[in-house]
Write a protein that binds this ligand. Sequence first.
Ligand SMILES: Nc1ncnc2c1ncn2[C@@H]1O[C@H](COP(=O)(O)OP(=O)(O)OP(=O)(O)O)[C@@H](O)[C@H]1O
Length: 245
Amino acid sequence: MKLLTVEAVSKSYGNSDVLALDKVDFSIKAGEFVAIMGTSGSGKTTLLNSIATLDVPSKGKILFEGVDVAKMSADEATIFRRDNLGFIFQDYRLLASLTARQNIAVALSLLQKDSKMIEHKIATLSRKFELEAVLDHYPHELSGGQKQRVAIIRALVKEPKLLIADEPTGALDSNSTKMIMQQMAYINQELQTTILMVTHDAYSASFADRVLFLKDGHFHAVLEKQESNQTYQKRLSEMMLELER
Ligand SMILES: Nc1ncnc2c1ncn2[C@@H]1O[C@H](COP(=O)(O)OP(=O)(O)OP(=O)(O)O)[C@@H](O)[C@H]1O
């Protein structure tokens, strides 16, 4: 079943003739893990923000379970995001004055779920992601990888239909990147969460089933995973070099 269908989406900013997105078409099935790569300025953030209802395309449709989210009012979009989407960002976006546990709980309290259920979910996921020992620490007491794992749990506890990840490993060293990406694979394969991730990093992208390459606002190529992560990563790096030429 198609979870998301992007149909002929174009976007220009202000009076500019330059199209940040130029008739973009693609779809994502429930359960897929899709990555978007592309050079700087190719339109990745604009596309992700349009899908996330944080930006509005100039033309085209963005169908989420058949409903065009590009046509929603601001209030409808807020409810849509709350009920359907989880977000992870490069800079974690944890609230500095709250502990890791409180940061996670905030996401669920907005959904008015009962506190026993919140505690149970936090306990299960933090065990899985090796965060139990630091749940009562504040963000400044955590490593980058730990902060990102807290952000992932915060996004997951509300069981989003689509997890949107904007450069989730962009600020991490290679060990933390490996751990985060293995957890993203677990979230996709075991928890069956659909993931859409923007990344510059071929290693991170090699965990996706399919990588879409944006250039000047349109799709230049699509590479599907058919082999080991390592061989796939090599093909993805070569495609990025081609785009940069
Ligand atoms: N708010 C804005 N106002 C005007 N132009 C914008 C705005 N946001 C993006 N653009 C332009 O739209 C194009 C696509 O930008 P976008 O940020 O989507 O690219 P990107 O692929 O995410 O780049 P990066 O990898 O550097 O984050 C660029 O030409 C950019 O200058």
